[in-house]
Design a protein around this ligand. Structure first.
Ligand SMILES: [Zn+2]
Length: 180
């Protein structure tokens, strides 16, 4: 998990949402990656997906039976799909996902076919959560500086929103009441 956290740090330095992932099998690291959604302009360039691709290339097969995936944040629905397709046997994640927009928890996404995957959550949870919180704190600060105004603490940030007037991709509702 420490290697996954290091990858998440790299993502943070690159201005990406800090998520890191590592694929391990038989005690060897097959792949380590981090979120590259902005760099690749690719909505599917999540750390888990990139790590699964890299591991597959290394082994020259998409079948990663018996492999474990370590990821700093609970995977989203797309990544659970990739984990399932790659036949990864075990997932160890750090902080639970708390974004209801983009993420679905493992419990919610209860396909019978997912149930054979061993899932362990809350490993190095605090470190993983701190990275994510740092990222959004900086994002709020930057937005505040650009606008020269106050940003409410409880503001909802929506990344990639085309309606953002300043082109930042971040829409700040005028008041919490008016926010949908
Ligand atoms: Zn994902």
């Amino acid at each position: 998990m420490q290697i996954a956290l290091n990858e998440a740090e790299l993502a943070l330095q690159e201005g990406e949402i800090p998520v890191g992932a590592v694929v391990v099998r038989n005690g060897s690291i097959l792949a380590q990656e981090h979120n590259r959604k902005e760099q690749h302009s690719d909505a599917s360039a999540h750390a888990e997906v990139l790590a699964i691709r890299m591991a597959g290339k290394k082994l020259n097969t998409w079948r990663l039976d018996g492999a474990s995936l370590y990821v700093t944040t609970e995977p989203c629905m797309m990544c659970w799909g990739a984990i399932l397709e790659a036949r990864i046997g075990r997932v160890v994640y750090g902080t639970p996902s708390n974004s209801s927009i983009k993420h679905f928890s493992f419990e919610q996404y209860s396909l019978p076919s997912l149930h054979h995957i061993q899932v362990i959550g809350g490993v190095a949870e605090e470190e993983a959560r701190n990275l994510i919180q740092d990222f959004f704190r900086k994002l709020r600060k930057n937005t505040k500086q650009r606008r020269g105004g106050r940003v409410d603490e409880g503001v909802r940030l929506e990344t990639g929103n085309p309606s953002a007037k300043d082109g930042s991709g971040v829409r700040i509702p005028p008041s919490p009441k008016k926010a949908r």
